[in-house]
Write a protein that binds this ligand. Structure first.
Ligand code: PEP
Ligand code: MN
Length: 354
């Protein structure tokens, strides 16, 4: 249940009211400050409470509403319809993810293979306008015999790429045992599709401070995905970005997955969290990445994740879906056209400044 306060409610009244509600009803009260409204969210056994009783507690209360969805903190209602933003400090400055900000581009190889390739790729994607370099140190692979990632040493290489470019780092954590090490290097911690249902990992990333990129499980419904995000917010970390990366459907012959772009308007109505689209894993084929990236921008995405590798034919993972840096340059130009039309593109101030 949420309590929407009138504009200008004094701070002392917010504190008094929160205490009164919490003590009377044995619920936790969390304050959320939006651009337009202050909302007090009541967490706990609220079904037995009559909203009208709460309304009488203060003349500053505008409205008391029940959150109807099973996911509470991530629901759009929870913030009274306002989008949230995830602010990530990077050496090049703060990067803002969210509906009211320019589209953020994240690019880089599937796996961190060696220092030269990650640093060179970082320089190239930065020059094309990306704000983050991505790359896996710990890789979830279908086969135990496939390249598993270089582990902790690759985290050091990501740090070198950040040092060289000032880009933020996004990298995946697979195991709670590696969370501290990943958290020391990553500016955003990725939870991959295969771990979206790993509730103990979700609780752990919820209990630490770094923003989390939560990929959609390959067979996860939207409700399951949002409940996974709810675990992270319930753990105390409000900084979650949702990433659609394709789902399994009946036809996997021509594309690796079915990129579900309909999540953009659907999620927009259900949640306040920022949304990213990953057309690389979503299609599995480099030639399909550009059209789907452009479609995602037209459909309202807040961010994109694109796999870029200096030599895709030799990549240790996901080569077929990776763009070369040259192709990524062209993609960046094409994305800019659509991005400007929808009013979500920032000028590439950094071009040529490496
Ligand atoms: C990745 O980002 O390289 C990755 C493994 O993604 P996903 O979890 O979406 O398969
Ligand atoms: Mn990959």
């Amino acid at each position: 249940m949420i309590v929407i306060l009138k504009n200008g409610t004094p701070q002392e009244e917010i504190t008094r009211l929160s205490q009164e509600i919490s003590e009377t009803w044995g619920v936790k009260v969390e304050k959320s400050v939006g651009k337009h409204k202050v909302v007090l969210a009541m967490i706990g056994d609220t079904p037995s409470i009559n909203p009208l009783q709460i309304k009488g507690y203060s003349p500053w209360i505008e409205e008391v509403l029940r959150v109807q969805q099973p996911f509470k903190r991530v629901s759009r209602e929870f913030r009274y319809g306002e989008a949230s933003e995830v602010v990530v400090p990077t050496p090049n400055g703060n990067v803002y993810f969210g509906e009211n900000h320019p589209i953020v581009v994240v690019a880089g190889p599937c796996s961190v293979e060696n220092e030269q390739m990650i640093v060179e790729t970082a320089k190239r994607v930065k020059a094309a306008g990306a704000k983050f370099i991505r790359g896996g140190a710990y890789k979830p692979r279908t086969s135990p015999y496939a390249f598993q990632g270089h582990g902790e040493s690759a985290l050091g290489l990501l740090a070198a790429a950040r040092e060289a470019t000032g880009l933020g780092i996004i990298t995946e954590v697979m195991d709670t045992a590696d969370l501290a090490a990943v958290g020391r290097v990553a500016d955003v911690i990725q939870v991959g599709a295969r771990n979206m249902h790993n509730f103990s990992l979700l609780k752990k990333v919820g209990a630490q401070d770094k923003p989390v990129l939560l990929k959609r499980g390959m067979s996860a419904t939207i409700d399951e995905w949002l409940m996974a995000a709810e675990y992270i917010l319930a753990g105390g970390n409000p900084n979650v970005i949702l990433c659609e990366r394709g789902i399994r459907t009946f036809d996997g012959k021509y594309a690796r997955n079915t990129l579900d772009l309909s999540v953009l308007p659907v999620l927009r109505s259900l949640t306040h969290l920022p949304i990213m689209i990953d057309p690389s894993h979503g299609t599995g084929r480099s030639e399909y990445v550009t059209p789907m990236a452009k479609a995602a921008i037209a459909a309202g995405t807040d961010a994109l994740m694109i796999e870029v590798h200096p030599n895709p034919a030799k990549a240790l993972s996901d080569g077929p879906q990776s763009l070369t840096p040259d192709k990524f340059d062209i993609l960046a130009q094409e994305m800019a056209v659509i991005g400007k039309v929808v009013g979500r593109w920032s000028e590439r101030a950094l071009v040529g400044s490496i």
